[in-house]
Design a protein around this ligand. Structure first.
Ligand SMILES: [Zn+2]
Length: 304
């Protein structure tokens, strides 16, 4: 009798399992958030705040987006679970109750057999609500009680030492600070800060990725010659690969965003790394192809 093997890859819009060398990985959605007026500017303004109008419209049309009719942008929030064999790592904790469609991370992790207590390392790429919002539950207790937490030192300092209060744009300040104040102090006793590119656990390396926030961190995850670059919010929309100078209204330092993009996208393309982008269409995985002076997104096929 032949043994029926479960398929290596399963697909839906919440959970996507894949192998990276010896590592078992799962792209896990926390749900989706729809960005639309009046809370946010229209998507084209929000995502490409500094794009020249005469270039923006033709580029949008190339992507079948009609500038006047593009009224909302729905983004998944894609966290990543990595079982390295020695460590069960989680990258970002989602947005909890930020929007009606968010806060599904824990139930989706449980659906693949990962209980909150199994997570021993939580890596927070940056301090925005959609990346740290699931650190604590409604009672303010740690959602992942046995984990150590890892964050870039400059990012932690920005959110906890008064810089955010003075440097954030007033349109986002209160909402972002509310999440930071709830979700960052409780991890302080379990926190490891990194201030240089270093290995967090064997096979998972921190990369500086400043710009979107002052101390955003990307990750290079490697096993048996395979590499996954977890770029967090270095790019929010696939047009950012083709137009790396175009920045979002929420990008803290556009100049740094562009430099970080160029460095990481070049690395992804030349090393043929798999890339995970937190806000891209689920599962957010693909490859980066060089195209002229810029790049192009090639999503992985999930039809296996
Ligand atoms: Zn984000």
């Amino acid at each position: 009798m032949s043994r029926v093997r479960s398929r290596r890859v399963t697909t839906n819009t919440d959970i996507y399992r894949f192998k990276l060398g010896d590592f078992d990985c799962v792209a896990v959605s926390d749900g989706t958030h729809t960005y639309a007026p009046p809370t946010f500017p229209p998507p084209a303004t929000f995502l490409f705040a500094n794009a020249p109008k005469e270039r923006l419209e033709p580029v949008l049309r190339e992507h079948n987006l009609q500038p006047e009719q593009w009224l909302e942008w729905t983004s998944p929030y894609i966290c990543l679970a990595v079982n390295t064999g020695k460590h069960q790592v989680l990258v970002d904790t989602g947005a909890d109750g930020l929007a009606p469609g968010t806060g599904k991370l824990v139930q989706n992790l449980k659906a693949v057999g990962i209980a909150p207590e199994h997570i021993d390392t939580v890596i927070l790429t940056h301090g925005h609500p959609d990346h740290i919002g699931g650190n604590t539950n409604s009672e303010g207790k740690l959602t992942f009680p046995d984990a150590r937490y890892v964050m870039w030192k400059g990012e932690w300092d920005f959110w906890t030492s008064g810089q955010a209060e003075t440097k954030l744009d007033e349109h986002v300040r209160e909402r972002q600070l509310k999440f930071a104040r709830k979700n960052l102090p409780p991890i302080q006793g379990r926190l490891k800060l990194v201030d240089r590119e270093t290995e967090i656990t064997p096979g998972i390396r921190a990369l500086a990725a400043p710009g979107h926030t002052p101390g955003q961190m990307a990750l290079a995850i490697s096993s048996r010659g395979k590499q996954l670059l977890c770029v967090s919010d270095v790019v929010l929309h696939l047009i950012h690969l083709e137009q790396p100078e175009w920045c979002a209204g929420t990008d803290f330092s556009p100049q740094q965003v562009v430099a970080t993009r160029r460095r990481l996208l070049k690395r992804a393309a030349t090393q043929n790394a798999l890339v995970l982008a937190f806000h891209f269409p689920f599962p957010g995985l693909g490859h980066v192809m060089r195209k002229g002076e810029a790049w192009q997104w090639q999503p992985i096929s999930t039809m296996s």
